[in-house]
Design a protein around this ligand. Sequence first.
Ligand SMILES: [Zn+2]
Ligand SMILES: [Zn+2]
Length: 171
Amino acid sequence: MVTIATHTGGCLCGAVRYAIHGPMRDVVVCHCTQCRRQGSTVTVGVAREDFVLVCGAKQVREFESSPVARRTFCGACGSALFWTPVQESFIAIFAGTLDQPTGLRTAAHIFSGEKPDYETIADELPCYAGAMSGGSPTAETRDRLDCAIPRARRSSPTEPPLGQVRVRSED
Ligand SMILES: [Zn+2]
Ligand SMILES: [Zn+2]
């Protein structure tokens, strides 16, 4: 079945383009060390089954940032694109790569406990020292919970194989 993409996005150079065919969780600002070092801290979550890599499969590079998650970026321009927990059914997309307008709003800050000294969180949004679930995540769950969870469809019977995304076309 062909569905109309609800959102589209891509990397800085345009080699990698993606489409989303479903709801997106509101934006979460992640202050964790890994997101900061990768250069993008603002994410939205989407169900894997709603995500399609439209082009750029050859440019996409993956970095295994922890045993439980991969970080995807464009090998041509370096744009940080996705954070993918290997055992979950969602992908966190770095929101800066979405085409405007997104219709989203920023919902919360997470991992404020890792924010750098130069950063000030000055808004009234919910702010979590760790993951959105609240408490202090353990080291082994930290990256797993890193960039938050979409509101809906945390598990799916049609989930693609771990770490894979559907590729609509090669280029
Ligand atoms: Zn690129
Ligand atoms: Zn993060």
